[in-house]
Ligand binder design. Sequence first.
Ligand SMILES: NC(=O)C1=CN([C@@H]2O[C@H](COP(=O)(O)OP(=O)(O)OC[C@H]3O[C@@H](n4cnc5c(N)ncnc54)[C@H](O)[C@@H]3O)[C@@H](O)[C@H]2O)C=CC1
Ligand SMILES: O=C(CO)COP(=O)(O)O
Length: 333
Amino acid sequence: MENGHAKNRVAVIGSGNWGSVASRLIASNTAKLPSFHDEVRMWVFEEILPTGKKLSESINQANENCKYLPGIKLGANVIADPDLENAVKDANMLVFVTPHQFVEDICKKLAGKLRPGTEAISLIKGMEIAVEKFSEATIGYKKDKEVATRWAKLFTTPYFLVSVVEDIEGVELCGTLKNVVAIAAGLVDGLDMGNNTKAAIMRIGLREMRAFSKLLSPTVRDNTFFESCGVADLITTCLGGRNRRVAEAFARNGGKRSFDELEAEMLHGQKLQGVSTAKEVYEVLTYRGWQELFPLLSTVHEICIGQLPPTSIVEYSEHTPNLSIISGSNAYY
Ligand SMILES: NC(=O)C1=CN([C@@H]2O[C@H](COP(=O)(O)OP(=O)(O)OC[C@H]3O[C@@H](n4cnc5c(N)ncnc54)[C@H](O)[C@@H]3O)[C@@H](O)[C@H]2O)C=CC1
Ligand SMILES: O=C(CO)COP(=O)(O)O
């Protein structure tokens, strides 16, 4: 018996690429661990496939998400459920893993529908784990290490190492901000600027991530940026992620085709997070008067909305008066 329940029941809210991978990973553990019910309910945002079949039915029949994670069996104990309320009604552990733009609406629908004492985690990390290549992740927690450890147990496998860090805000902000830097890295790729430029962009991006996080939330720890959720996730996403790939196409098209158009064409229903995150970050920068402190984060948004050309990603330094801060000794950098 853990956290007051006879057995923990897990529901995964989301069934995209990472949502499907997470469900598979979790289900492989719930099937083995006596403190968990075997079944993992996976809420599916219902879609009709080109065959005319419902996505949720297709997943349950094939034990595979043919749209978002084709070719990978999820495990017989993963049950796709298009009814959000039904998917969570028996669960005491919720795993949120939808694109962030949908979370508010989902939370409104869940208000008042959860069992008392229900715990939740938000997934922020991305790697090639569906095919069981070695990777790792970080769980951020506040005070209660026992809760964090229970979540870590749910995710850890021999090929997926999970560490816990007492810094929720730092872990969250790492996962959020690296998607903006990934857009910058993709632009550099699309401009054929080469590895040195890309490495410089990643380095400046990491410094801006850390500085922005610490300004926003002074409890954020430096060490968090050296965990898997920090530098490792930044590297993987800048080398191979969806944000990087679509940004590369955006730059190759000279900014003439919008991110929305390229996302729809290239990702087939998967969602970019970096473009909307850049906008949200920009709003904070503008509101707080921090724009000049964060030239990279600001420039990414201005490029995404067509205010600046893609080439500005390597030019902002020339007309940004505060850039010296980045290489200087500013307390935040
Ligand atoms: N794919 C990856 O490697 C990783 C992704 N993440 C994060 O996890 C979150 C989810 O990403 P993925 O699972 O990759 O999703 P995805 O981008 O592969 O798929 C999009 C998902 O959104 C759903 N959707 C579309 N419209 C919706 C609506 N109106 N309401 C609710 N859902 C809707 C789709 O049905 C689909 O499940 C994102 O924030 C992403 O950044 C985190 C780590 C790794
Ligand atoms: O980690 C990820 C999202 O947070 C995956 O990155 P991409 O969406 O760029 O593939």
